[in-house]
Design a protein around this ligand. Structure first.
Ligand code: FPP
Length: 247
C-alpha cells in the first residue's frame, strides 16, 4: 500500500473524485449471502475511501449511492438501502466531524422517504462547519433528471424575463445544475468491471479521466484508491489540445 502512496504526487491530486460504487450484489452472491449483505459491507468501503480522500487532501468526493433507476429494484432491497442510509448517517456524524468532513447531497431528495430526508438534512446540518473534504452523496440522482429539471428552471426564468437567452452559456448552465457549488470531477472511478456511466454526472464529466477496476465495491480499500490516483497521474490531460501545445 505504501508503495502506491509514495508514488502519488501530492501537488497534482484531483480536486474532485466521483465514484460509481458497483458490485455489492455480486460480491454478496460470491459470499453466498443476500444482496443486502453486500450493501452493508459497501458502507465499510464508503467509510474507508472517505477517510483516505480526507487524509490525502482531496476536496470533493461524490458517491453514487442511489440512482433514480434504483427504485425498480425489489422493494425489500430499496427499503434496506434507505434504512442503511439513515443508520449510517446517524452513526457516522461524529466520525465525519472528527475528520473535518462536510456532508452534502445531490438528487431529487424530496422523493426519498421522510426518515431518510431527516437523517440526511441532520447530517448535512451537523457537519456544515467542517472545512476539509466535502462528501457528496448522489441520492435519487440521475443526469437526465438533473439536466431536465435544469432546463425547466431556465425555461421558467426565461419566461419570467429574469434571464435572457443570450446569457445562457456553458458557465451559466453549470451554475444551475445540482453540482453548481462544486468543480467538475477530474477523475471518475467505477468498480466491479462494468464500463458504463449509468446516467451519472454526464455534463460534469465532459473532460474527466475514467478509471475502471474489476474490484467489487465492498473490497475497495485505500490501496485501490491510491492505485487509481497513480494511474490518473500517469495520464496526459489534453482538453482537445495536442501533446506539444501542453509543453
Ligand atoms: C451498486 O451495487 C450499489 C448500490 C446501488 C448502492 C450503493 C450503496 C452503498 C454502498 C451503501 C449505502 C451508502 C451510503 C453512502 C450510506 P449493485 O447492487 O448494483 O451490485 P451488482 O451490480 O453486483 O448487483
Amino acid at each position: 500500500m505504501q508503495e502506491y502512496l509514495n508514488k502519488i504526487d501530492k501537488d497534482r491530486l484531483p480536486e474532485h473524485i466521483a465514484v460509481i460504487m458497483d458490485g455489492n450484489g455480486r460480491w454478496a452472491k460470491a459470499h453466498g449471502k443476500p444482496r443486502v449483505f453486500g450493501h452493508k459491507n459497501g458502507v465499510k468501503s464508503v467509510r474507508e475511501i472517505s477517510e483516505a480522500a480526507a487524509e490525502l487532501g482531496i476536496e470533493y468526493l461524490t458517491l453514487y449511492a442511489f440512482s433514480t433507476e434504483n427504485w425498480s429494484r425489489p422493494a425489500l432491497e430499496v427499503t434496506a438501502l434507505m434504512g442503511l442510509l439513515v443508520e449510517t448517517i446517524r452513526k457516522e456524524v461524529s466520525t465525519l466531524n472528527k475528520n473535518n468532513i462536510r456532508l452534502k447531497a445531490i438528487g431529487d431528495l424530496s422523493k426519498l422517504p421522510q426518515k431518510s430526508q431527516n437523517a440526511l438534512l441532520e447530517g448535512i446540518e451537523k457537519t456544515s462547519k467542517n472545512t476539509g473534504l466535502t462528501l457528496i452523496l448522489a441520492l435519487n440522482y440521475s443526469s437526465r433528471w438533473e439536466i431536465t429539471s435544469t432546463i425547466q428552471k431556465i425555461a421558467q426564468a426565461s419566461k419570467d424575463g429574469s434571464v435572457n437567452p443570450d446569457q445562457i452559456n456553458e458557465a451559466f448552465v453549470s451554475q444551475q445544475l445540482a453540482t453548481a457549488d462544486y468543480p467538475d470531477p477530474e477523475l471518475l472511478i467505477r468498480t466491479s468491471g462494468e464500463q458504463r456511466l449509468s446516467n451519472y454526472l454526464l455534463w460534469q464529466i465532459a473532460y474527466s479521466e475514467l478509471y475502471f477496476t474489476d474490484v467489487f465495491w465492498p473490497d475497495f480499500r485505500k490501496v485501490h484508491l491510491y492505485k487509481a490516483l497513480v494511474n490518473y497521474q500517469g495520464r496526459e490531460r489534453r482538453f482537445g489540445k495536442t501533446s506539444e501545445q501542453l509543453k
